[in-house]
Design a protein around this ligand. Structure first.
Ligand SMILES: NC(=O)c1ccc[n+]([C@@H]2O[C@H](COP(=O)([O-])OP(=O)(O)OC[C@H]3O[C@@H](n4cnc5c(N)ncnc54)[C@H](OP(=O)(O)O)[C@@H]3O)[C@@H](O)[C@H]2O)c1
Length: 260
């Protein structure tokens, strides 16, 4: 009898998972690609969006091997493309929406105020801050119509005021993530009334830039983690969210809240 119940429970769990859908932005490489693999491994339907599907080779290979991964072209700074995609999926509930796409302006880091490039700064804010806001606006109804109703804005500890480090001078990146944190905190209040749980999430210090080996990079960043570890822990953290977590800032480590 117990065996039968267990099998039944596994079947029900599989059915529930089979119906769950996640939409991820910036999913052709780095943490976004790691999240595609993680959610697909758990049986989710994945709408994997990226700027240039034609050059997203690893993502294309994953989608060829798994028909539950659907690739869609999406630049998070293109309002018309966002509206068109939201319209295409208007009957598709989206359980988890992950705003992952981001610009890490490494070339700009360490530049003093007098050298700030405002054209570039605007571009970074357009992707890192307004991108997630546009996507939330376009897909909030899809999320509200789902079972899980979760929106995850991938932020960074770099956007936390409580992170008192002043080195290096990442003004633009830190500003864009701090602004995203405030949008998340405030918009969560409105979306909470639709039953949606919206959070900001720090994914860890992640080895996503592959021009240097993990071991080499870890010497400079002792807390460095792999994309796979980040994605696996983000999955667990998101799975454990409840409506009581709405409007909060979390680490990728399950159960660890970040100070704003
Ligand atoms: N890596 C870390 O240690 C770390 C730490 C804290 C927070 N984060 C955050 O985590 C997220 C992912 O970072 P990552 O390390 O995986 O970075 P990454 O490897 O540089 O990947 C960034 C992704 O964002 C996409 N993207 C950039 N501009 C876009 C746009 N306008 N529209 C759509 N997609 C766009 C990129 O697409 P293309 O290939 O087309 O450029 C790429 O898929 C970012 O939000 C980042 O700020 C990362």
């Amino acid at each position: 009898m117990r065996k039968l119940l267990l099998v039944l429970l596994m079947f029900v769990t599989a059915c529930v998972q089979a119906e769950s859908t996640v939409l991820i932005t910036g999913s052709n490489r780095g943490i976004g690609l790691g999240l595609v693999k993680e959610y697909a491994a758990h049986g989710w339907r994945v709408i994997a969006t990226c700027r240039s599907p034609e050059s997203a080779q690893e993502l294309q290979m994953l989608a060829q091997a798994n028909n539950r991964i659907i690739i869609e072209a999406l630049d998070v700074t293109d309002p018309a493309a966002i509206t068109a995609l939201a319209e295409k999926y208007k009957k598709q509930p989206i359980d988890v929406l992950i705003n992952n796409a981001g610009l890490l302006p490494v070339d700009e880091w360490n530049k003093p105020l007098k050298e700030m490039d405002f054209d570039y700064a605007r571009k970074v804010f357009d992707v890192n801050t307004f991108g997630p806001v546009r996507i939330m606006q376009a897909f909030m109804d899809h999320v509200a119509a789902s079972g899980e109703k979760k929106i995850i804005n991938i932020s960074s500890q770099a956007g936390s005021f409580a992170n008192s480090s002043h080195e290096p001078k990442r003004y633009v990146y830190r500003g864009s993530k701090a602004a995203l944190n405030m949008f998340t905190f405030d918009i969560a209040h409105e979306l909470g009334q639709l039953g949606i749980t919206t959070i900001a999430l720090h994914p860890g210090v992640v080895h996503s830039q592959t021009d240097e080996s993990f071991e080499e990079a870890k010497q400079r960043f002792p807390g460095l983690i792999t994309v796979a570890e980040s994605a696996a822990k983000i999955y667990q953290t998101v799975a454990g969210l409840t409506p009581a977590d709405n409007g909060k800032f979390f680490s990728y480590e399950p159960g660890v809240q970040m100070p704003w």
